[in-house]
Design a protein around this ligand. Structure first.
Ligand code: KIV
Length: 283
């Protein structure tokens, strides 16, 4: 889907046609360009930037200003995919009014087309209000990293029948509230399948098995740029970190032994001008 602008309707249509959706995160102009060039359908400017870009332990410290700054950079480079801006922790949890205000800021100031927020049944009224205000919402259920401590850490969710039923209820509630799609994180694959079959909107999985309507991964995980914490559901398709380190080490070595910059990377000066200059300095 390179060169065509993906819309919310395209995302919904994909499920009807049985076409798997592809989604990646991105946090800046360069990675936004690469994501767009790869032709993925959706790019999420996720609050995971707290960990992979800002070096924080989790996502709770990420602010509205951080999100707007990074969304703006991605929007400049990423022209084809639908761009989703992630609502940071406590930007939608205090009141519905504040949630609408902050969702509006991500769209108006950041320039993304839609927003994502974490939460199930309890957040259905908030989602409904944001959708009514004219901003499409992507939901996020299962493991919700912003409230991971309340869930007992970064753990698989919905393993027993009661917990799984709660996640199905969450999916139904946010679908009824008007989400156009749902991120489903870290649940057993059979539960992913059941949820995808239960709701009409596309379910995009991250650690939810293959029987969902699409997949999302963090950019840095896909290319092997972040290895502080690699969840079981991450497949690293390359190890860009070692490629970058090889290049940096080579650069350092060449500067130290003066093989860089050679003549091909240096600017020439006409002999005459150089002679003249030397004489001028002498005078
Ligand atoms: O912030 C993020 O990157 C996310 C994805 C992992 C879905 O929420």
């Amino acid at each position: 889907m390179v060169n065509t602008k993906i819309t919310v309707l395209d995302v919904q249509q994909a499920k009807k046609e049985g076409r798997k959706l592809t989604m990646l995160t991105a946090y800046d102009y360069a990675f936004g360009l690469l994501a767009a060039e790869s032709g993925v359908d959706i790019v999420l400017v996720g609050d995971s930037l707290g960990m992979v870009v800002m070096g924080l332990e989790g996502t709770v410290e990420v602010s509205m200003e951080d999100m707007i700054h990074h969304i703006k950079a991605v929007v400049r480079g990423c022209k084809g995919p639908l761009i989703v801006g992630d609502m940071p922790f406590m930007s939608y949890n205090i009141s519905v009014r504040e949630a609408i205000h902050n969702a509006g800021r991500l769209v108006k100031e950041g320039g993304c087309e839609v927003i994502k927020l974490e939460g199930g049944v309890d957040f259905a009224p908030t989602i409904e209000a944001i959708v009514k205000a004219g901003i499409p919402v992507m939901g996020h259920i299962g493991l919700t990293p912003q409230t991971a401590s309340a869930l007992g850490g970064f753990k698989i969710q919905g393993r027993d029948a009661a917990a799984a039923k709660q996640i199905i209820d969450d999916a139904k509630a946010i679908e009824n509230a008007g989400v156009f799609s749902i991120i489903l994180e870290a649940v057993p694959a059979p539960l992913g399948k059941l949820i995808s079959e239960t709701v009409r909107v596309p379910v995009i999985g991250i650690g939810a098995g293959s029987d969902v309507d699409g997949q999302v991964l963090v950019f840095h995980d896909v290319v092997g740029l972040f290895d502080k914490f690699v969840p079981k559901f991450v497949k690293q398709y390359t190890n860009i970190r070692s490629i970058i380190l090889d290049a940096l080490n080579e650069y350092k070595k060449e500067v130290q032994n003066v093989t860089f910059p050679g003549p091909e990377y240096s600017f020439k000066m006409p002999e005459e001008a150089l002679e003249q200059l030397k004489n001028m300095i002498k005078e």
